[in-house]
Design a protein around this ligand. Sequence first.
Ligand SMILES: [Mg+2]
Length: 396
Amino acid sequence: MKISSIRARVFEWTGPTVPPQSHFCANAMDLIYEPPRVGPEEDTMRTFRFHGWTVVEVQTDDGLVGLGNVALAPRIAKQIIDQYLAPLVLGHDPWDYEYLNQRMYRAIHAWGRKGVGMAAISAVDIALWDLLGKSTGKPVFKLLGGRTKERIPCYYSKLYRTDLKAMQEEASRFLAQGFRAFKMRFGYGPAHGQQGVVENLKAVEAVREVIGYDNDLMLECYMGWNLEYARRMLPRLERFEPRWLEEPVIADDIDGYAELGRRFNIPISGGEHEFSLYGFKQLLERGAVSVVQYDTNRVGGITMAHKINALCEAYSVPVIPHAGQMHNYHLTMSTLASPMSEYFPMHEVEVGNELFYYIFRGEPVAEGGFLQLDDHRPGLGLELRDDYLDQFRIIE
Ligand SMILES: [Mg+2]
């Protein structure tokens, strides 16, 4: 089996979207001065949307097609795949995945060892693994270690900061569907002063009121705080018994993560914006995170994520990948290091995480707070859907 073609296409959503709301989710841009904008409501989501996706199809000479994807900087990812990665992989046997992963990683190392370069490598690597599954007639998780769980527990991940009543209704709706764990987003950070502190606390209280203390609550900062603000917030949050507090500061402030984890009684999670085996080695060695949240379509693909799983197992740090989605679910199913998955519910297009459902068919739907993977479905179990194609701009 030899790779005969690689096609990277960008899918940009042009269909209807949920309008932006203020304080929807704190993010790293909140901390810097922005010139006043002309327009309706203050759009705090402007740097927090992912309305494009790169879809990679790797075809072999025996007619199989493997599917991979990138959700970061999709137009740039496509350029990297077309210009740099495709020539390194074409003509090779997908079973040489370790060699091919190293080949891509080392070839673009000077500029691509973190960020979009790694995301582009991930997409190709994910497509290779999809091919391996399809060529053997087995699901990818069976090639990685097989089934370690009867089914995958998952946590409900949405609860963006809106009106508190609306957040409570959302939590109660998904509690009724059987979810036992919920992640909510903070809407306020250092720029919003003490009033923002109070608003953040009110929101946590409101959600806890609905889900009680016999369910898990995760808190997401999405890098929208700084260390000083986190030091003020964490003692006030301890009483809500969060399962973890996610990305309190920017991803590069590893010492900041480590300090918060040491000083306060709240596990700190991160890794959604970290890359490669070495990036995770650093996080673990420095005790920066109590939960690792890599995304397979960022870290270097399934080949790399599999190694990171082994590293986390040795450190006894659980892996709960960012975003759920098939490329992560297969890894979660195949390792004891990973106790559960994140789960974005299917939703009208808003942040963009939900776009995955509009591009691919085959994503499992949670039932009673659990996900299932099919033991007999080859590869990742995804195919491209065509019923929303008229709502995408597709860049070939
Ligand atoms: Mg996150």
